[in-house]
Write a protein that binds this ligand. Structure first.
Ligand code: ADP
Ligand code: ADP
Ligand code: MG
Ligand code: MG
Length: 592
């Protein structure tokens, strides 16, 4: 049993508090130096003097302290530690000579750190945070292990590696054209740009690209680099469902000859991409432990069950269950919202959406490539955008979570909720009792909204949206920035709230597992023509028909896993793939 004391430095504001952590600490009051002021003016918490009472955790006005007891972590297995009260990573995967290995785990458990260490971009300090890591020390420490061989080649410069960084939005600041950037690592850009579907943007400058296009450019540059080890950090962010599947195929081809490590939260994608995966468990920002490799199918099934038997670790109390969606009767009961045909003309884009109905208690997914008008449609229903043709249904109260979130007020989530208490358009009880725990927001209630991470802000925004009593909830890309676990629990929460209150929800998203868990029906958006000037939306259709319409356009088939009933992408050209294709059944046909 190891005690870990973590100070979240970005949340600690030692000039704006009364040093409650120190003032109330029982050992400090007994005269022991358990919490002292460090050289940077921030508290340093002694792990040997700490008695684990948790008082500082509760007293800190900024939720900046975590105290944990970790039976899982063995100190001899520590690979890297950021500072005295900083994050620590236990164990590293050993990349095989070829094939694709996945890393699957919650945000803040060290996945990006592991990639940088394996690439040699950072040298492991083996827990000694006071001095930078050195190769001789690393090689000595891992003597006789497979990691020693890996680091030996890294240290000698014999293993060429390339990292596709997680945060691609930063690329927009580089004053380069796409072709220059992609070819910049020495490779030729034309073919990879073609492969990832970005050839038409070759002459644009990076600053002019959308988030999804920046992601494709970053992936293209990585692919164009001649290396032995490819480390791909969260390739699906900002990509639509069509591009995710396309990238998956390109990366699989890479894995046939090279060693590839992928961090990914879209489980359908990771399942298809990787041959095996390491699960990560631990506590966000405090510590992370990397499991031994598990073959892909059981890796995801284990993850969904929430229990890693071999290491006797439970990382969730409830397992995630999928159900095969039965075909709906043709006449849906209990229509709640009817919307007419709606059109919107922008100077360079025209959107047409067919009339449809939404039933009571039903969550409807909206799928389709980027720039086909999904957000525009949702904004018309939200009353933010006025349709050029057609009128959104009158008398429908909506609650809207926009795609792009901005925290412009310094208030915390608790202060936000308190300001809304008593407001009839805010259900404070629901917020506190169901939404805050359901979206795991307890730990960040007192953090100023602009200080939240992307995933935390997303969960806060969804909680605030669901706390507004409404007939129709409009959630635009709620799974963005969430890890796989948060996606699964949010999907279930949305579904449960909508059913319980007999209302409707429209959810735009690109994650197939998220949609499958949350939704009963699907609306499908697609481009009309090749110039991106027109978009068309139809539905809602029953899940299976909607997925069929979407998947036909990307030529990919899914089956259901026999054990968990989760959807799985069929290998291209496999027996099932060919069978389903010939029958036009792209989704759900077979359980296997
Ligand atoms: P993941 O990729 O799994 O989300 P990261 O490897 O990015 O996790 O980070 C794990 C934790 O390590 C983060 O929560 C952060 O607190 C800490 N961390 C990451 N990079 C640094 C750094 N350069 N200095 C100090 N702490 C860091
Ligand atoms: P999606 O959500 O499917 O990615 P959007 O509805 O955001 O698509 O955008 C569809 C198209 O409409 C894009 O080409 C976008 O540039 C254009 N568009 C969206 N809003 C506006 C606006 N306010 N003015 C002009 N064009 C817009
Ligand atoms: Mg990361
Ligand atoms: Mg959108």
């Amino acid at each position: 049993m190891t005690r870990i004391a973590i100070l979240l430095e970005d949340r600690c504001h030692p000039k704006e508090c009364q040093w409650e952590c120190q003032a109330y600490c029982p050992p400090v009051r007994m005269g022991q130096e358990c919490i002292v002021e460090g050289p940077l003016g921030r508290p340093i918490i002694s792990e040997s003097l700490c008695i684990g009472c948790g008082i500082c955790v509760h007293k800190c006005p900024f939720d900046a302290i975590k105290i944990l007891n970790t039976p899982e972590a063995d100190e001899s297995e520590i690979v890297h530690r950021y500072g005295y009260n900083g994050f620590r990573l236990y164990r590293l995967p050993v990349p095989p000579a070829r094939g694709i290995t996945g890393l699957l785990g919650p945000n803040g458990t060290g996945k990006s750190t592991a990639l940088r260490l394996l690439a040699g971009a950072d040298v492991p300090n083996l827990g000694d945070f006071a001095t930078p890591g050195t190769w001789p020390r690393v090689l000595e420490h891992y003597r006789g292990t497979a990691l020693r061989a890996h680091f030996d080649r890294v240290a000698k410069g014999e293993l060429r590696s390339v990292v596709k960084p997680q945060y691609v939005d930063r690329l927009a600041e580089e004053p380069l054209r796409v072709a220059e950037y992609v070819g910049g690592a020495g490779g030729s850009s034309a073919r990879v740009l073609e492969d990832v579907g970005l050839a038409h943007r070759a002459d644009r400058s990076l600053g002019e690209l959308s988030g999804g296009e920046l992601q494709l450019a970053a992936i293209a540059r990585t692919l164009a680099t001649d290396a032995d080890l490819y480390l791909i950090d969260e390739p699906s962010s900002y990509l639509d469902i069509v591009h995710r599947l396309r990238i998956a195929r390109v990366l699989r081809r890479l894995g046939e000859t090279k060693s590839v490590l992928v961090v990914e939260h879209d489980l359908a994608l990771l399942d298809y991409l990787a041959d095996e995966a390491h699960l990560l468990y631990g506590e966000a920002a405090a510590f992370g432990v990397i499991s031994h490799p598990i073959p892909m199918r059981s890796a995801i099934n284990t993850y969904l069950t929430g229990y890693l038997r071999d290491e006797n670790v439970r990382f969730r109390t409830e397992s995630v269950r999928f159900v095969a969606h039965p075909p709906k009767p043709p006449m849906r009961q209990n229509v709640l919202v009817t919307f007419p045909e709606l059109e919107k003309s922008f100077p360079r884009f025209h959107l047409a959406v067919g009339a449809g109905t939404l039933a009571k208690g039903e969550t409807v997914g909206i799928v389709g490539p980027n720039a086909t008008g999904k957000t525009t449609f949702v904004r018309m229903l939200a009353g933010v955008e006025t349709p050029t043709k057609g009128t959104p249904p009158p008398g429908v109260t909506v609650s809207y979570k926009p795609q792009y979130l901005r925290a412009n007020q310094p208030a915390s989530l608790r202060e936000r909720a308190a300001a809304l208490a008593g407001d009839p358009t805010f259900d404070a009880k629901l917020f506190e009792r169901d939404l805050v725990p359901g979206l795991h927001l307890e730990g960040v209630l007192d953090v100023a909204l602009p200080d939240l991470s992307g995933g935390e802000l997303q969960r806060a925004a969804v909680a605030l949206a669901l706390a507004r009593p409404a007939t129709l909830y409009l959630l635009d890309e709620p799974s963005a920035y969430l890890d796989a676990d948060e996606r699964m629990s949010m999907a279930r929460l949305i579904r449960r709230q909508v059913e319980r209150q007999a209302v409707s929800a429209l959810v735009v998203d690109h994650d197939v597992y998220f949609l499958d868990l949350a939704c009963d029906e699907l609306m499908v958006f697609r481009p009309e023509g090749d110039d991106g000037a027109r978009g068309r939306g139809d539905g809602p259709f029953p899940m299976r028909e909607g997925m069929n319409r979407l998947l036909r356009t990307v030529d990919i088939t899914f089956r259901r896993d026999a054990e968990t009933l989760r959807p799985r992408i069929n290998r291209e050209g496999s027996v099932l793939d060919r069978e389903q294709r010939s029958k036009g059944e792209y989704y759900y046909e077979a359980v296997a």
